[in-house]
Design a protein around this ligand. Sequence first.
Ligand code: XMP
Length: 319
Amino acid sequence: DWNMPDYVEEAVGRIRSEVGKDEVILGLSGGVDSSVAAALIHRAIGEQLTCIFVDTGLLRLNEAQQVMDTFARHLGVKVTLVDASERFMQALAGVTDPEQKRKIIGREFVHVFQEQAAKLKNARWLAQGTIYPDVIESAGAKTKKAHTIKSHHNVGGLPETLHLKLLEPLRELFKDEVRELGLALGLAPEIVFRHPFPGPGLGVRILGEVKREYADMLRQADAIFIEELKASGWYEKTSQAFAVFLPVKSVGVMGDGRTYEYVVALRAVETRDFMTARWAELPHSLLAKISNRIINEVRGVNRVVYDISGKPPATIEWE
Ligand code: XMP
């Protein structure tokens, strides 16, 4: 059993002696791991850390703003916000295959990150929020040539091309320890207990071709869903929940008129390891409220459906 204040002290000391006076860069994703890594490294070396946050156009509603508020404004971390959304949209235009979309998003991300990193001429270290399960998983993948169902991109491949040394202060920690550390470092519970979000972001939650217009509708629907889950106490009871945009039009009525608009699917699952998952038995009254709000508030959507597929055979994400 470990004691958190002592652990923070130790980790800070280790980072200081490892890094010395060098500069460090870190890619913030808005997720728990990179957030905690940033807060810890900032505690250790302050101004020697620069974070890069890439707005891919595939983020959740107000995500870039939230990250800037938390890190730049509240914690005083140096963060470079890069709006690369146009570049991502262009690279994804006309592409419908899920794996190809993942590859394109991963490739563009690496390019944008490299461009930014190249501007920081004194950087010697690349920090990453790698945690213990990631270490095990990638070791396993190397020896077993693991059968991959989805090519998970995170920022793999970056260290080699950037010629930077790797700084991974969370390598020995499990997720719950990372969360505890995050709280001890003063991160808000909304960040520390956030559901996981895939690297390719909304890119794999917009089925088929990605368009800015679709991403905008999905962001709004997803924000309503999450807001209602939080308000009803269901956010904590589910492991992951999100909306999916289906580029299919169906007929509806509104007032005296007929509508012909898009469909949003809601997905909420309970799982421990994300390898298998059960769909969450959300109360019908809650689903009704969310459906009404989405249809009333999100222009272009006139139908909401709830995904009742388990994993396996369905995956958690729709692509
Ligand atoms: P699936 O859809 O495979 O998802 O059941 C299992 C977990 O992995 C996340 N996921 C991803 N995470 N890059 C990521 O970083 C990806 O390409 C990716 N695809 C799925 C998913 O959100 C779920 O938590």
